[in-house]
Design a protein around this ligand. Structure first.
Ligand SMILES: Cc1ncc(COP(=O)(O)O)c(C=O)c1O
Length: 258
């Protein structure tokens, strides 16, 4: 998994007693670098997890080939990538499964919650059973489960969001272009670009702040009262021993684009 992500990604593995192996990201995209992934594969490797950081798709095709070549499962943390595409196909269609977050800071908001998305019917059935205490009928329990059901108020919030999806995209896109034109030519500041050939939710404005600006990324966050959560995505990367992650994590500041 990429060393530059939110703590939730490694925690998901550690709850299953799976050891996360952190992999360098490509500093240009801030996503998993497939060449680095290949170099880290050992006989103990069981799966690859890509993260579509900031809603920008990772190298889905290359990671799919790699997983097939080494007989590994492929999963994606798509917490940021609702309504985004990769190679013209909506995210949610790749790997064994992808997970979306509907936390209040995300593009689609149900206050808290999320979704596991898969094209594998058997897996979908298993996940549905798991999330409703194994109930297959009102009075029949067929497997071990937990209560992961969404409540009605949260669902209503999500449905309202779905109705306004295109409006949210255009407002975010407008803001992104406003920042882009305002920051054009500013020395030491680089805005991470969205690929106009793909569908994007434009939820994050990601700035890389170079040393010559004379203020460090964290000090800038305090000055602009940027909420802590805009920085914490990069926190795993800052503790990484891998050079590209550390560099990127210290420079990147993602601001949710509301
Ligand atoms: C990359 C990433 N993965 C996973 C999560 C966890 O999502 P949730 O808060 O819905 O559990 C987040 C939340 O911020 C995230 O940014």
């Amino acid at each position: 998994m990429p060393a530059l992500t939110y703590v939730a990604t490694p925690h998901a593995l550690q709850w299953q007693r799976i050891t996360p192996v952190f992999c360098d990201v490509d500093p240009g995209t801030q996503n998993l670098d497939p060449r680095e992934v290949e170099a880290l594969i050992t006989p103990r490797t069981t799966a690859i997890i890509g993260v579509h950081l900031w809603g920008r798709p990772c190298e889905v095709e290359q990671l799919t080939d790699l997983a097939a070549r080494f007989g590994l499962k492929l999963l994606f943390d798509a917490a940021h990538a609702f309504a985004c595409s990769a190679g013209g196909r909506f995210i949610g269609n790749f790997g064994v499964a992808e997970t979306f977050s509907f936390n209040a800071t995300k593009f689609l908001n149900t206050f808290e919650g999320g979704a596991v998305v898969t094209n594998d019917d058997a897996l979908a059935h298993r996940i549905r059973l798991m999330s409703s205490l194994g109930f297959i009928e009102d009075d029949q329990v067929v497997s071990l489960g937990m209560n992961g059901k969404m409540n009605e108020v949260a669902a209503a919030m999500g449905l309202t969001g779905l109705e306004s999806l295109e409006e949210f995209v255009s407002a975010n896109r407008r803001n992104y272009y406003l920042y882009r034109s305002g920051l054009e030519g500013a020395p030491g500041l680089k805005l991470l670009a969205y690929d106009e050939a793909e569908r994007s939710n434009y939820q994050y404005i990601v700035l890389e702040i170079e040393r010559e600006v004379g203020i460090r990324r964290d000090a800038q966050c305090c000055r602009s009262r940027t909420p802590e959560n805009t920085r914490s995505v990069a926190s795993a990367g800052r503790r990484s021993k891998r050079p590209a992650d550390q560099r990127t994590a210290h420079r990147a500041q993602g601001v949710a684009c509301w």
